[in-house]
Design a protein around this ligand. Structure first.
Ligand SMILES: Cc1cc2nc3c(=O)[nH]c(=O)nc-3n(C[C@H](O)[C@H](O)[C@H](O)COP(=O)(O)OP(=O)(O)OC[C@H]3O[C@@H](n4cnc5c(N)ncnc54)[C@H](O)[C@@H]3O)c2cc1C
Length: 509
Protein backbone atom coordinates (compact mmCIF):
# COMPACT_ATOMS: atom_id res chain seq x y z
CA UNK A 1 0.00 0.00 0.00
CA UNK A 2 1.21 3.50 -0.81
CA UNK A 3 2.66 5.07 2.31
CA UNK A 4 2.52 8.81 2.94
CA UNK A 5 4.15 10.76 5.75
CA UNK A 6 2.65 14.09 6.78
CA UNK A 7 4.85 16.37 8.88
CA UNK A 8 2.80 18.69 11.09
CA UNK A 9 -0.60 18.32 12.73
CA UNK A 10 -1.95 21.79 12.00
CA UNK A 11 -4.93 22.42 9.72
CA UNK A 12 -2.93 21.87 6.51
CA UNK A 13 -1.34 18.62 7.72
CA UNK A 14 -4.57 17.22 9.16
CA UNK A 15 -6.47 17.98 5.95
CA UNK A 16 -3.67 16.49 3.83
CA UNK A 17 -3.74 13.32 5.95
CA UNK A 18 -7.54 13.07 5.76
CA UNK A 19 -7.55 13.53 1.97
CA UNK A 20 -4.77 10.99 1.35
CA UNK A 21 -6.17 8.39 3.77
CA UNK A 22 -9.61 8.83 2.22
CA UNK A 23 -8.06 7.62 -1.02
CA UNK A 24 -6.81 4.42 0.60
CA UNK A 25 -3.21 5.33 1.38
CA UNK A 26 -1.42 4.39 4.59
CA UNK A 27 -0.90 7.76 6.21
CA UNK A 28 1.39 8.58 9.13
CA UNK A 29 1.14 12.08 10.59
CA UNK A 30 4.02 13.28 12.78
CA UNK A 31 3.36 16.11 15.21
CA UNK A 32 6.04 17.34 17.58
CA UNK A 33 3.56 18.60 20.18
CA UNK A 34 1.63 16.40 22.58
CA UNK A 35 -1.56 17.15 20.60
CA UNK A 36 -2.53 18.36 17.16
CA UNK A 37 -3.75 21.87 16.31
CA UNK A 38 -2.09 23.95 19.02
CA UNK A 39 -2.24 27.06 16.84
CA UNK A 40 -5.72 26.20 15.59
CA UNK A 41 -6.81 26.22 19.23
CA UNK A 42 -5.97 29.92 19.63
CA UNK A 43 -7.40 31.06 16.29
CA UNK A 44 -10.26 33.55 16.22
CA UNK A 45 -9.66 34.31 19.93
CA UNK A 46 -10.43 30.69 20.74
CA UNK A 47 -13.52 30.59 18.51
CA UNK A 48 -11.70 29.67 15.26
CA UNK A 49 -12.76 31.56 12.18
CA UNK A 50 -12.73 28.34 10.13
CA UNK A 51 -13.13 29.88 6.69
CA UNK A 52 -14.91 32.65 4.84
CA UNK A 53 -18.27 31.83 3.28
CA UNK A 54 -17.43 33.33 -0.09
CA UNK A 55 -16.88 32.39 -3.72
CA UNK A 56 -13.45 31.14 -4.87
CA UNK A 57 -12.97 34.47 -6.71
CA UNK A 58 -13.55 36.44 -3.51
CA UNK A 59 -11.21 34.09 -1.63
CA UNK A 60 -8.47 34.68 -4.18
CA UNK A 61 -9.00 38.46 -3.90
CA UNK A 62 -8.23 38.20 -0.17
CA UNK A 63 -4.89 36.48 -0.84
CA UNK A 64 -1.99 38.95 -0.53
CA UNK A 65 0.79 37.18 -2.44
CA UNK A 66 0.93 34.54 -5.19
CA UNK A 67 -2.80 34.66 -5.76
CA UNK A 68 -2.45 33.07 -9.21
CA UNK A 69 -0.65 30.06 -7.80
CA UNK A 70 -3.67 29.31 -5.59
CA UNK A 71 -6.17 29.33 -8.44
CA UNK A 72 -6.25 25.55 -8.88
CA UNK A 73 -6.26 24.64 -5.17
CA UNK A 74 -8.72 27.47 -4.43
CA UNK A 75 -11.25 26.10 -6.89
CA UNK A 76 -10.37 22.47 -6.09
CA UNK A 77 -11.40 22.75 -2.43
CA UNK A 78 -13.55 25.82 -1.90
CA UNK A 79 -14.84 27.29 1.34
CA UNK A 80 -18.16 25.56 0.56
CA UNK A 81 -16.24 22.25 0.41
CA UNK A 82 -14.63 23.08 3.76
CA UNK A 83 -18.01 23.82 5.34
CA UNK A 84 -19.48 20.61 3.86
CA UNK A 85 -16.51 18.65 5.17
CA UNK A 86 -16.94 19.93 8.72
CA UNK A 87 -20.72 19.58 8.74
CA UNK A 88 -20.25 15.94 7.62
CA UNK A 89 -17.67 15.51 10.36
CA UNK A 90 -20.34 16.52 12.87
CA UNK A 91 -19.31 20.14 13.41
CA UNK A 92 -22.16 22.65 13.12
CA UNK A 93 -21.13 25.99 11.67
CA UNK A 94 -22.54 29.52 11.55
CA UNK A 95 -21.73 32.51 9.35
CA UNK A 96 -21.24 35.88 11.02
CA UNK A 97 -20.53 39.46 9.88
CA UNK A 98 -18.15 39.66 6.94
CA UNK A 99 -19.02 36.06 5.96
CA UNK A 100 -16.76 34.74 8.72
CA UNK A 101 -17.55 31.12 9.54
CA UNK A 102 -17.32 29.85 13.15
CA UNK A 103 -18.39 26.69 14.94
CA UNK A 104 -21.87 27.15 16.46
CA UNK A 105 -20.31 26.24 19.81
CA UNK A 106 -17.77 29.11 19.50
CA UNK A 107 -15.07 26.62 20.57
CA UNK A 108 -12.01 26.02 18.40
CA UNK A 109 -11.53 22.75 20.31
CA UNK A 110 -14.58 21.42 18.44
CA UNK A 111 -12.83 22.04 15.11
CA UNK A 112 -9.81 20.09 16.36
CA UNK A 113 -12.07 17.30 17.62
CA UNK A 114 -13.71 17.08 14.17
CA UNK A 115 -10.27 16.75 12.54
CA UNK A 116 -9.26 14.07 15.05
CA UNK A 117 -12.50 12.16 14.40
CA UNK A 118 -12.00 12.32 10.63
CA UNK A 119 -8.42 11.13 10.88
CA UNK A 120 -9.43 8.28 13.16
CA UNK A 121 -12.27 7.21 10.84
CA UNK A 122 -9.86 7.07 7.90
CA UNK A 123 -7.19 5.19 9.81
CA UNK A 124 -4.55 7.92 9.92
CA UNK A 125 -1.79 6.93 12.36
CA UNK A 126 -1.05 10.06 14.38
CA UNK A 127 2.37 10.06 16.07
CA UNK A 128 2.34 12.70 18.80
CA UNK A 129 5.41 14.10 20.57
CA UNK A 130 7.29 13.03 17.48
CA UNK A 131 9.51 15.56 15.77
CA UNK A 132 10.82 15.10 12.24
CA UNK A 133 14.43 16.23 11.96
CA UNK A 134 15.29 15.63 8.34
CA UNK A 135 13.83 14.73 4.99
CA UNK A 136 15.63 11.95 3.19
CA UNK A 137 15.98 12.01 -0.57
CA UNK A 138 17.75 9.99 -3.18
CA UNK A 139 19.52 11.87 -5.94
CA UNK A 140 18.79 11.16 -9.59
CA UNK A 141 16.72 8.04 -8.99
CA UNK A 142 15.95 6.07 -12.14
CA UNK A 143 12.54 4.56 -12.79
CA UNK A 144 14.10 1.12 -12.24
CA UNK A 145 15.01 1.88 -8.65
CA UNK A 146 11.38 2.19 -7.61
CA UNK A 147 11.57 -1.37 -6.37
CA UNK A 148 14.44 -0.32 -4.15
CA UNK A 149 12.23 2.32 -2.60
CA UNK A 150 9.64 -0.30 -1.85
CA UNK A 151 12.20 -2.50 -0.17
CA UNK A 152 13.16 0.39 2.04
CA UNK A 153 9.51 1.06 2.83
CA UNK A 154 9.16 -2.51 3.88
CA UNK A 155 12.21 -2.18 6.08
CA UNK A 156 10.62 0.74 7.85
CA UNK A 157 8.26 -1.54 9.79
CA UNK A 158 10.32 -0.80 12.85
CA UNK A 159 9.31 -0.39 16.45
CA UNK A 160 7.75 3.03 16.05
CA UNK A 161 5.82 1.94 12.99
CA UNK A 162 4.41 -1.09 14.62
CA UNK A 163 3.25 0.85 17.63
CA UNK A 164 1.91 4.30 17.05
CA UNK A 165 -0.86 6.46 18.48
CA UNK A 166 -4.20 7.32 16.97
CA UNK A 167 -5.36 10.90 16.90
CA UNK A 168 -6.66 10.71 20.44
CA UNK A 169 -3.35 9.42 21.69
CA UNK A 170 -4.47 5.75 21.94
CA UNK A 171 -1.96 3.08 21.06
CA UNK A 172 -2.45 1.73 17.55
CA UNK A 173 -0.65 -1.28 16.08
CA UNK A 174 0.30 -1.52 12.45
CA UNK A 175 0.10 -4.76 10.54
CA UNK A 176 0.59 -5.77 6.93
CA UNK A 177 -3.12 -5.66 6.33
CA UNK A 178 -3.33 -2.04 7.44
CA UNK A 179 -3.46 -0.10 10.68
CA UNK A 180 -5.08 -1.71 13.69
CA UNK A 181 -6.27 -0.14 16.87
CA UNK A 182 -5.05 -1.25 20.28
CA UNK A 183 -7.74 -3.94 20.45
CA UNK A 184 -6.48 -5.45 17.26
CA UNK A 185 -9.47 -4.24 15.22
CA UNK A 186 -8.72 -3.17 11.68
CA UNK A 187 -9.14 0.56 11.48
CA UNK A 188 -9.01 0.65 7.72
CA UNK A 189 -9.36 -1.75 4.84
CA UNK A 190 -6.74 -0.38 2.52
CA UNK A 191 -7.74 -2.18 -0.63
CA UNK A 192 -11.31 -1.02 -0.59
CA UNK A 193 -10.03 2.50 -0.10
CA UNK A 194 -7.90 2.26 -3.20
CA UNK A 195 -10.86 1.15 -5.23
CA UNK A 196 -12.80 4.14 -3.99
CA UNK A 197 -9.98 6.33 -5.23
CA UNK A 198 -10.16 5.17 -8.81
CA UNK A 199 -13.84 6.06 -8.76
CA UNK A 200 -13.21 9.33 -6.97
CA UNK A 201 -10.33 10.29 -9.22
CA UNK A 202 -12.74 11.34 -11.93
CA UNK A 203 -14.09 14.03 -9.59
CA UNK A 204 -13.81 17.59 -10.89
CA UNK A 205 -12.53 18.90 -7.58
CA UNK A 206 -9.61 16.48 -7.43
CA UNK A 207 -7.02 18.61 -9.15
CA UNK A 208 -4.13 16.59 -7.82
CA UNK A 209 -5.45 13.28 -8.98
CA UNK A 210 -6.15 14.55 -12.45
CA UNK A 211 -2.80 16.20 -12.78
CA UNK A 212 -0.69 13.40 -11.43
CA UNK A 213 -2.35 10.72 -13.49
CA UNK A 214 -1.68 12.94 -16.48
CA UNK A 215 2.10 12.82 -15.84
CA UNK A 216 3.54 10.09 -18.00
CA UNK A 217 6.15 7.65 -16.77
CA UNK A 218 8.26 8.78 -19.71
CA UNK A 219 8.30 12.40 -18.62
CA UNK A 220 9.12 11.42 -15.05
CA UNK A 221 11.99 9.29 -16.22
CA UNK A 222 13.29 12.20 -18.24
CA UNK A 223 13.13 14.36 -15.11
CA UNK A 224 15.03 11.78 -13.11
CA UNK A 225 17.72 11.50 -15.72
CA UNK A 226 18.06 15.27 -15.71
CA UNK A 227 19.19 15.02 -12.12
CA UNK A 228 16.14 15.65 -9.93
CA UNK A 229 15.80 13.58 -6.80
CA UNK A 230 12.98 11.71 -5.11
CA UNK A 231 11.90 11.56 -1.51
CA UNK A 232 12.73 8.44 0.51
CA UNK A 233 11.34 9.22 3.94
CA UNK A 234 12.22 11.11 7.09
CA UNK A 235 14.55 10.93 10.05
CA UNK A 236 12.92 11.48 13.43
CA UNK A 237 14.42 13.26 16.43
CA UNK A 238 14.95 9.82 17.97
CA UNK A 239 17.29 9.02 15.09
CA UNK A 240 14.91 6.51 13.60
CA UNK A 241 14.48 6.50 9.83
CA UNK A 242 10.97 6.04 8.48
CA UNK A 243 10.61 5.37 4.76
CA UNK A 244 7.67 6.45 2.65
CA UNK A 245 6.59 6.89 -0.95
CA UNK A 246 5.62 10.53 -0.38
CA UNK A 247 6.24 13.17 2.28
CA UNK A 248 3.99 16.19 2.82
CA UNK A 249 5.57 19.09 4.72
CA UNK A 250 2.89 21.07 6.61
CA UNK A 251 4.99 22.58 9.39
CA UNK A 252 3.54 26.12 9.30
CA UNK A 253 5.47 29.40 9.50
CA UNK A 254 7.35 31.01 12.39
CA UNK A 255 4.70 33.11 14.08
CA UNK A 256 3.61 32.20 17.64
CA UNK A 257 6.48 29.73 17.90
CA UNK A 258 5.23 28.32 21.17
CA UNK A 259 2.50 26.58 19.18
CA UNK A 260 5.17 24.46 17.47
CA UNK A 261 5.58 26.47 14.25
CA UNK A 262 9.32 27.02 14.48
CA UNK A 263 10.22 27.14 10.81
CA UNK A 264 11.44 23.56 10.43
CA UNK A 265 9.75 23.36 7.04
CA UNK A 266 11.88 26.19 5.68
CA UNK A 267 14.99 24.25 6.67
CA UNK A 268 13.62 21.05 5.12
CA UNK A 269 12.92 22.99 1.92
CA UNK A 270 16.40 24.49 1.76
CA UNK A 271 18.13 21.24 2.59
CA UNK A 272 16.33 19.61 -0.32
CA UNK A 273 17.36 22.36 -2.73
CA UNK A 274 14.36 24.71 -2.61
CA UNK A 275 14.35 28.47 -2.24
CA UNK A 276 12.67 30.18 0.67
CA UNK A 277 11.59 33.75 -0.06
CA UNK A 278 12.22 36.57 2.41
CA UNK A 279 10.25 36.02 5.62
CA UNK A 280 8.47 38.71 7.60
CA UNK A 281 5.70 38.91 10.19
CA UNK A 282 2.30 39.75 8.69
CA UNK A 283 -1.15 40.55 10.08
CA UNK A 284 0.84 42.07 12.91
CA UNK A 285 0.43 45.11 15.23
CA UNK A 286 2.33 48.33 14.50
CA UNK A 287 4.73 50.31 16.67
CA UNK A 288 4.12 54.05 16.99
CA UNK A 289 6.76 56.72 17.70
CA UNK A 290 4.55 59.06 19.77
CA UNK A 291 3.68 58.19 23.36
CA UNK A 292 -0.09 58.77 22.97
CA UNK A 293 -0.87 55.06 22.38
CA UNK A 294 0.60 54.29 25.80
CA UNK A 295 -1.74 56.84 27.39
CA UNK A 296 -4.65 55.36 25.47
CA UNK A 297 -3.66 51.74 26.13
CA UNK A 298 -6.66 49.40 26.04
CA UNK A 299 -8.91 51.89 24.24
CA UNK A 300 -10.75 50.32 21.34
CA UNK A 301 -12.15 52.52 18.57
CA UNK A 302 -14.99 51.27 16.39
CA UNK A 303 -16.07 52.68 13.02
CA UNK A 304 -12.93 54.74 12.46
CA UNK A 305 -10.99 55.27 9.26
CA UNK A 306 -7.24 54.64 9.20
CA UNK A 307 -5.03 55.94 6.41
CA UNK A 308 -1.31 55.25 6.07
CA UNK A 309 0.78 57.27 3.64
CA UNK A 310 4.30 57.30 2.28
CA UNK A 311 4.74 61.04 1.71
CA UNK A 312 1.80 61.98 -0.50
CA UNK A 313 1.20 58.40 -1.63
CA UNK A 314 -1.61 56.59 0.11
CA UNK A 315 -0.55 53.03 0.89
CA UNK A 316 -3.58 51.91 2.86
CA UNK A 317 -7.00 53.19 3.81
CA UNK A 318 -9.60 51.17 5.68
CA UNK A 319 -12.68 51.53 7.85
CA UNK A 320 -13.38 49.46 10.97
CA UNK A 321 -12.00 48.73 14.42
CA UNK A 322 -8.60 49.38 16.03
CA UNK A 323 -7.06 49.41 19.49
CA UNK A 324 -4.27 51.25 21.31
CA UNK A 325 -1.58 49.29 23.15
CA UNK A 326 1.51 50.15 25.22
CA UNK A 327 3.68 50.04 22.07
CA UNK A 328 1.31 51.31 19.39
CA UNK A 329 -1.79 50.06 17.63
CA UNK A 330 -3.49 46.77 16.82
CA UNK A 331 -6.94 45.42 15.88
CA UNK A 332 -8.44 44.20 12.59
CA UNK A 333 -7.83 47.44 10.64
CA UNK A 334 -4.20 47.63 11.74
CA UNK A 335 -3.46 43.96 11.06
CA UNK A 336 -4.81 44.33 7.54
CA UNK A 337 -2.78 47.52 7.05
CA UNK A 338 0.37 45.63 8.05
CA UNK A 339 0.00 43.32 5.03
CA UNK A 340 0.12 46.32 2.68
CA UNK A 341 2.63 48.73 4.24
CA UNK A 342 5.37 46.37 5.42
CA UNK A 343 7.65 46.73 2.40
CA UNK A 344 7.76 50.55 2.60
CA UNK A 345 7.95 50.47 6.38
CA UNK A 346 11.21 48.56 6.14
CA UNK A 347 12.64 51.60 4.31
CA UNK A 348 11.41 54.38 6.61
CA UNK A 349 8.66 55.40 9.10
CA UNK A 350 5.21 56.11 7.66
CA UNK A 351 2.51 58.67 8.51
CA UNK A 352 -0.76 57.34 9.87
CA UNK A 353 -3.99 59.28 10.33
CA UNK A 354 -7.12 58.26 12.18
CA UNK A 355 -10.43 59.84 11.26
CA UNK A 356 -12.46 59.44 14.45
CA UNK A 357 -15.72 60.54 12.82
CA UNK A 358 -15.57 59.31 9.23
CA UNK A 359 -19.36 59.43 8.82
CA UNK A 360 -19.32 63.26 9.13
CA UNK A 361 -17.78 65.65 6.61
CA UNK A 362 -15.97 68.79 7.81
CA UNK A 363 -19.08 70.99 7.86
CA UNK A 364 -21.21 68.39 9.60
CA UNK A 365 -18.52 67.87 12.21
CA UNK A 366 -18.21 71.62 12.84
CA UNK A 367 -22.00 71.86 13.21
CA UNK A 368 -21.85 69.03 15.74
CA UNK A 369 -19.18 70.87 17.76
CA UNK A 370 -21.23 74.08 17.73
CA UNK A 371 -24.34 72.21 18.86
CA UNK A 372 -22.49 70.61 21.77
CA UNK A 373 -20.81 73.90 22.74
CA UNK A 374 -24.11 75.87 22.58
CA UNK A 375 -25.79 73.39 24.88
CA UNK A 376 -23.06 73.71 27.54
CA UNK A 377 -21.66 77.23 27.29
CA UNK A 378 -20.48 77.52 30.88
CA UNK A 379 -19.16 74.02 31.30
CA UNK A 380 -15.48 73.15 31.18
CA UNK A 381 -14.37 71.83 27.79
CA UNK A 382 -13.04 68.60 29.32
CA UNK A 383 -16.58 67.77 30.47
CA UNK A 384 -18.22 68.50 27.13
CA UNK A 385 -15.91 66.55 24.84
CA UNK A 386 -17.02 63.36 26.52
CA UNK A 387 -20.11 63.57 24.28
CA UNK A 388 -17.87 63.39 21.23
CA UNK A 389 -15.05 61.02 22.17
CA UNK A 390 -14.45 58.09 24.54
CA UNK A 391 -13.48 59.45 28.00
CA UNK A 392 -9.87 58.21 27.74
CA UNK A 393 -9.34 60.18 24.55
CA UNK A 394 -10.52 63.56 25.90
CA UNK A 395 -7.31 64.61 27.78
CA UNK A 396 -5.16 63.46 24.84
CA UNK A 397 -7.21 65.48 22.36
CA UNK A 398 -6.96 68.57 24.55
CA UNK A 399 -3.23 68.10 25.06
CA UNK A 400 -2.62 67.68 21.34
CA UNK A 401 -4.71 70.77 20.55
CA UNK A 402 -3.00 72.72 23.37
CA UNK A 403 -6.32 73.62 24.99
CA UNK A 404 -6.57 74.07 28.75
CA UNK A 405 -8.92 71.28 30.00
CA UNK A 406 -10.60 73.55 32.57
CA UNK A 407 -11.37 76.29 30.06
CA UNK A 408 -15.07 77.18 29.84
CA UNK A 409 -16.65 76.29 26.50
CA UNK A 410 -17.75 79.90 25.84
CA UNK A 411 -14.05 80.90 25.99
CA UNK A 412 -12.95 78.42 23.30
CA UNK A 413 -11.72 80.43 20.32
CA UNK A 414 -12.71 79.59 16.75
CA UNK A 415 -9.08 78.60 16.00
CA UNK A 416 -9.15 76.18 18.94
CA UNK A 417 -12.41 74.64 17.70
CA UNK A 418 -10.82 74.36 14.26
CA UNK A 419 -7.83 72.56 15.81
CA UNK A 420 -10.15 70.09 17.53
CA UNK A 421 -11.92 69.52 14.26
CA UNK A 422 -8.66 68.79 12.42
CA UNK A 423 -7.46 66.49 15.19
CA UNK A 424 -10.74 64.58 15.06
CA UNK A 425 -10.51 64.07 11.32
CA UNK A 426 -6.75 63.55 11.13
CA UNK A 427 -5.38 62.23 14.40
CA UNK A 428 -1.73 61.86 13.34
CA UNK A 429 0.71 59.15 14.40
CA UNK A 430 4.01 57.85 13.04
CA UNK A 431 4.36 54.14 12.31
CA UNK A 432 7.94 53.04 12.96
CA UNK A 433 7.94 49.24 12.81
CA UNK A 434 6.03 45.99 12.67
CA UNK A 435 5.88 43.97 15.88
CA UNK A 436 7.69 40.64 15.75
CA UNK A 437 6.66 37.08 14.90
CA UNK A 438 5.42 36.39 18.43
CA UNK A 439 2.54 38.72 17.73
CA UNK A 440 2.05 38.01 14.03
CA UNK A 441 -1.00 36.05 12.90
CA UNK A 442 0.92 34.73 9.89
CA UNK A 443 4.38 34.63 8.36
CA UNK A 444 4.80 36.29 4.99
CA UNK A 445 7.17 34.51 2.61
CA UNK A 446 8.07 30.84 2.56
CA UNK A 447 8.86 28.04 0.15
CA UNK A 448 8.96 29.59 -3.31
CA UNK A 449 5.82 28.61 -5.21
CA UNK A 450 7.84 28.70 -8.43
CA UNK A 451 9.21 25.34 -7.34
CA UNK A 452 5.80 23.82 -6.55
CA UNK A 453 3.14 22.34 -8.86
CA UNK A 454 -0.02 24.38 -8.19
CA UNK A 455 -2.44 21.50 -8.78
CA UNK A 456 -0.81 19.00 -6.43
CA UNK A 457 1.61 21.00 -4.25
CA UNK A 458 4.35 18.59 -5.31
CA UNK A 459 7.87 19.93 -5.52
CA UNK A 460 9.17 20.41 -9.05
CA UNK A 461 12.63 19.50 -7.71
CA UNK A 462 12.06 16.44 -5.54
CA UNK A 463 9.58 13.80 -6.64
CA UNK A 464 7.18 12.69 -3.94
CA UNK A 465 7.83 15.76 -1.75
CA UNK A 466 4.85 18.06 -1.14
CA UNK A 467 4.36 21.33 0.76
CA UNK A 468 1.08 22.64 2.19
CA UNK A 469 -0.17 25.52 4.32
CA UNK A 470 1.69 28.45 5.79
CA UNK A 471 5.13 26.98 5.03
CA UNK A 472 4.47 28.08 1.43
CA UNK A 473 4.93 31.67 0.27
CA UNK A 474 1.19 32.41 0.63
CA UNK A 475 -0.80 34.60 3.00
CA UNK A 476 -4.10 36.45 3.11
CA UNK A 477 -5.92 39.14 5.08
CA UNK A 478 -8.04 38.30 8.13
CA UNK A 479 -11.51 36.77 7.81
CA UNK A 480 -10.86 33.01 7.73
CA UNK A 481 -8.83 33.20 4.52
CA UNK A 482 -5.54 31.95 6.00
CA UNK A 483 -7.17 28.80 7.26
CA UNK A 484 -8.83 28.45 3.85
CA UNK A 485 -5.30 28.49 2.35
CA UNK A 486 -4.32 25.71 4.77
CA UNK A 487 -7.40 23.57 4.01
CA UNK A 488 -7.15 24.05 0.23
CA UNK A 489 -3.42 23.39 -0.10
CA UNK A 490 -3.61 20.55 2.45
CA UNK A 491 -6.36 18.92 0.46
CA UNK A 492 -4.55 19.42 -2.86
CA UNK A 493 -1.36 17.87 -1.47
CA UNK A 494 -3.12 14.87 0.08
CA UNK A 495 -5.10 14.18 -3.07
CA UNK A 496 -2.06 14.88 -5.24
CA UNK A 497 0.22 12.50 -3.34
CA UNK A 498 -2.40 9.76 -3.16
CA UNK A 499 -3.40 10.15 -6.79
CA UNK A 500 0.15 9.98 -8.02
CA UNK A 501 1.10 6.97 -5.95
CA UNK A 502 -1.98 5.03 -6.93
CA UNK A 503 -1.42 6.03 -10.56
CA UNK A 504 2.17 4.74 -10.30
CA UNK A 505 0.99 1.51 -8.70
CA UNK A 506 -1.62 0.93 -11.42
CA UNK A 507 1.01 1.48 -14.09
CA UNK A 508 3.28 -1.11 -12.50
CA UNK A 509 0.50 -3.71 -12.06
C1 LIG B 1 -3.40 34.14 17.26
C2 LIG B 1 -3.77 33.62 15.89
C3 LIG B 1 -5.09 33.66 15.48
C4 LIG B 1 -5.43 33.21 14.20
N1 LIG B 1 -6.75 33.23 13.85
C5 LIG B 1 -7.11 32.80 12.61
C6 LIG B 1 -8.47 32.70 12.24
O1 LIG B 1 -9.37 32.90 13.06
N2 LIG B 1 -8.75 32.36 10.95
C7 LIG B 1 -7.77 32.07 10.04
O2 LIG B 1 -8.09 31.82 8.88
N3 LIG B 1 -6.46 32.07 10.40
C8 LIG B 1 -6.12 32.40 11.65
N4 LIG B 1 -4.80 32.36 12.02
C9 LIG B 1 -3.79 31.85 11.05
C10 LIG B 1 -3.84 30.32 11.03
O3 LIG B 1 -3.82 29.83 12.34
C11 LIG B 1 -2.65 29.75 10.24
O4 LIG B 1 -2.64 30.32 8.97
C12 LIG B 1 -2.75 28.23 10.14
O5 LIG B 1 -2.73 27.64 11.43
C13 LIG B 1 -1.62 27.63 9.30
O6 LIG B 1 -1.82 26.25 9.27
P1 LIG B 1 -0.61 25.23 9.00
O7 LIG B 1 -1.20 23.87 9.15
O8 LIG B 1 0.05 25.56 7.73
O9 LIG B 1 0.44 25.49 10.14
P2 LIG B 1 0.34 25.41 11.75
O10 LIG B 1 -1.06 25.63 12.21
O11 LIG B 1 1.39 26.32 12.24
O12 LIG B 1 0.71 23.89 12.06
C14 LIG B 1 2.01 23.39 11.86
C15 LIG B 1 2.19 22.18 12.77
O13 LIG B 1 3.41 21.52 12.43
C16 LIG B 1 4.05 21.09 13.62
N5 LIG B 1 5.48 20.94 13.33
C17 LIG B 1 6.35 21.91 12.98
N6 LIG B 1 7.58 21.39 12.76
C18 LIG B 1 7.48 20.06 12.99
C19 LIG B 1 8.40 18.98 12.94
N7 LIG B 1 9.69 19.16 12.61
N8 LIG B 1 7.97 17.73 13.24
C20 LIG B 1 6.67 17.50 13.59
N9 LIG B 1 5.75 18.51 13.65
C21 LIG B 1 6.15 19.76 13.35
C22 LIG B 1 3.75 22.19 14.62
O14 LIG B 1 3.89 21.75 15.95
C23 LIG B 1 2.32 22.56 14.25
O15 LIG B 1 1.37 21.81 14.99
C24 LIG B 1 -4.43 32.75 13.31
C25 LIG B 1 -3.11 32.70 13.73
C26 LIG B 1 -2.78 33.12 15.01
C27 LIG B 1 -1.35 33.05 15.45
Amino acid sequence: MAKIIVIGGGPAGAMAAIAAAGQGCEVHLYEKNEKIGKKLYITGKGRCNVTNNCSPEEFLQAVCVNRKFLYSAGYGFTSQDVMDFFEKAGLRLKTERGNRVFPVSDHSSDVIAALNRSMRERGVAVHLDCEVKEILTEEGVQEKTDSGVQELSGASAKKSDSEVQDSDGNSVKKSDSGVQDSDGNSVKKPDSGIQELSGASAKKSDPGVQSSSGTSAKSRKKKDQSGSSRVMGVRLASGEIVCADAVIVATGGISYRTTGSTGDGYRFAQETGHHVTELSPSLVPLEIREDYPKKLQGLSLKNVEVTICDGNRELYSGFGEMMFTHFGVTGPLILTASTVIQKKLREHPLAMKINLKPALDEQQLDARFLREFDAAKNKQIKNVLGNLYPAKLVPVMLERCEIEPDKAVNHIAKAERQKLLEMTRDFPLTVTALRDYNEAVVTRGGVSVKEIQPQTMESRLVRGLYFAGEVLDLDAVTGGYNLQIAWATGYASGMGAAGKLIGDRDKKA
